[in-house]
Design a protein around this ligand. Structure first.
Ligand SMILES: Cc1ncc(COP(=O)(O)O)c(C=O)c1O
Length: 366
């Protein structure tokens, strides 16, 4: 498995509590407990648990009350969830390229993309390193723009000592099993503004009004169950150990792969964060003669699971067919897809497994 979770804390105990008490729905007590704990951990006032990171992005964007034709600046090198949260509402994603070495959006390219229609900037922390957040916050303040922070991959990571998930006007997490803490499927929306929180909770729950079954607005059923939240509470209790293990996996690979000169291994740290290796992301150097597909195929044959990088948003057929991004050229995002893949990075990895992945890479790449 490329990303196997570890469920060896209080998970079973809390799940049993759900069954013993018959609280399995979203009305159960673990949901608010998980929200409270996540808000506390990230230093936010409010949290809204929901069904996935994708759902959290839908809620976050919808909560901002933007209009059709408004624009949001975001990276192309990210998951489609970020862009579809916008296009579903008729909001235009304006895409910027990413840095080839950190995989994160080129913050210096944001400014030239601001127009009179720009209403927000969406930042997305990628693969274990963070976006350079402060210049984005400065720009947003100067131009009165909202910041949406996608910290799906960055639970437990910090930027200049502050928790990811604490920076956006509205921020989100995902709890899919490949994330640092998992609820099977799940997500969270965080903010400090009471009205934004009220709106997020309303959107999560079909926008029920004060009169039951009478609705002024269309919302979603994105409610998290008590069972999922029970897992989340147990997982969050071990977040420090989890981050430590992720860093151990990353540094172990760093040592074992340092002699492979056909690949770039992840950057260890930047001026503002130390890598937490959400995934161990590799790019093939230009002079390596084989394609990424071939390398991934050969690794698979040796029993090593891999995943490709994100396919750039501006080249997604679904958007191109709709006439979007047809003239966009974002070379790093395109090249990252062509050259990149990641290797097993899950929390259940053992020293022996890391060593066998490294041996397989040596066999295939040298
Ligand atoms: C950056 C980012 N945002 C959002 C999501 C969506 O999360 P989910 O899979 O929980 O819908 C992911 C999923 O991996 C992601 O990597």
């Amino acid at each position: 498995m490329v990303n196997e979770p570890l469920l060896n804390g209080n998970e079973k105990k809390y799940l049993n509590e759900c069954i013993d008490t018959n609280w399995i729905s979203s009305e159960g007590p673990f949901v608010t407990e998980f929200e409270d704990q996540m808000a506390l951990y990230t230093g936010r006032k409010y949290a809204t648990a929901c069904t996935s990171g994708t759902a959290a992005l839908d809620i976050a964007v919808a909560a901002l009350n933007l209009q059709k034709g408004d624009e949001i600046i975001m990276p192309s090198f990210t998951i489609i969830s970020c862009a579809q949260a916008l296009t579903k509402l008729g909001i235009k994603p304006v895409l910027v390229d990413s840095e080839y070495d950190t995989f994160n959006m080129k913050v210096k390219d944001i400014k030239s993309n601001i127009t009179s229609k720009t209403k927000a900037i969406m930042i997305v922390h990628i693969f274990g390193l963070t976006v350079d957040v402060n210049p984005v916050l400065d720009l947003a303040k100067k131009h009165s723009l909202k910041v949406i922070e996608d910290a799906a991959q960055a639970i437990g990571q910090t930027y200049k000592g502050n928790q990811c998930g604490s920076f956006g006007d509205i921020s989100i997490f995902s709890f899919y099993p490949n994330k640092h803490i998992t609820t099977g499927e799940g997500g969270m929306v965080l903010c400090d503004d009471h009205l934004l929180d009220k709106r997020s909770k309303s959107l999560r729950n079909l926008c029920f009004g004060s009169q039951r079954f009478v609705h002024d607005e269309i919302g979603f059923n994105y409610r998290m169950t008590n069972i999922q939240a029970a897992l989340g509470v147990a997982q969050l209790e071990r977040i420090d150990q989890i981050i430590k293990k992720k860093r151990w996996i990353g540094t172990s690979y760093n040592k074992l792969l340092k002699d492979l000169d056909m690949i770039n291994t992840p950057i260890k740290s930047t001026n503002f964060c130390k890598n937490i290796y959400w995934v161990y992301a590799i790019t093939l150097k230009d002079n390596f003669p084989e394609t990424t597909e071939r390398v991934m195929f050969e690794l698979e044959k040796s029993g090593v699971g891999t995943r490709p990088f994100f396919y750039p948003i501006h080249q997604q057929p679904v958007f191109n067919k709709a006439g979007l991004f047809l003239n966009d050229k974002l070379p790093n995002s395109e090249k990252l897809y062509r050259k990149g893949f990641y290797i097993p990075s899950g929390l259940a990895l053992t020293q022996n497994q890391i060593e066998s992945v490294s041996s397989a890479l040596h066999k295939v790449l040298s």
